[in-house]
Design a binder for this molecule. Sequence first.
Ligand SMILES: Cc1cc2nc3c(=O)[nH]c(=O)nc-3n(C[C@H](O)[C@H](O)[C@H](O)COP(=O)(O)O)c2cc1C
Length: 192
Amino acid sequence: MKLLHIDSSALSEQSVSRQLGNAIVSRWRDEMPGLQVTHRDLDADPLPHLTAAALAGTDSVASRRAEQVLQEFLDSDIVVIGAPMYNFGIPSTLKAWIDRVAVAGKTFRYTEQGPQGLAGGKKVIIASARGGLHSGSPADFQEPYLKAVLAFLGIEDVEFVRAEGLALSPQHRLEAIDAALAAIPSPLRKAA
Ligand SMILES: Cc1cc2nc3c(=O)[nH]c(=O)nc-3n(C[C@H](O)[C@H](O)[C@H](O)COP(=O)(O)O)c2cc1C
């Protein structure tokens, strides 16, 4: 089994989504011997914006890198995504990654009946961190967006490990992180 671990926070060691993502991967590694983990840090090694030149494939180095990013995603069985809320949405670095994995003919296609996702069968766990409280808010363009784009690619097995209200108070921050760590799903859960 292959696990792809994506980080996108720009807050380095202070990042809560990184802390949660690491804890998720560590649990899955412990409970699934032989799990192969690939880590992609979109802050340390950001992908470029999708430009006309990128779509035309005129830069062979950039094209090879984009193919590698897509293949890494296609090859994975489990994807853990560290996703902070930035300005009500996701970091632009994470959006740039989504632009590389949402590829017509590879991860989705259009039919006469509408769009069809081609990347089904994966499990996705999202380590979500946000300063305010946004669950159920119409201005939440982070979690619902990720759920929608993953569903478009055919991925319905999506779980959120969420710490929110992190900016409300130091006490609330600690409690939110503890609650999120306690809510990390186990790969053994279905067998239990
Ligand atoms: C550039 C930036 C934009 C942010 N925008 C929002 C926002 O729109 N709503 C919110 O609740 N928190 C916002 N925050 C707070 C982050 O969601 C919070 O710091 C969270 O912990 C970020 O995840 P991370 O710790 O993994 O980086 C923002 C933080 C940064 C740095």
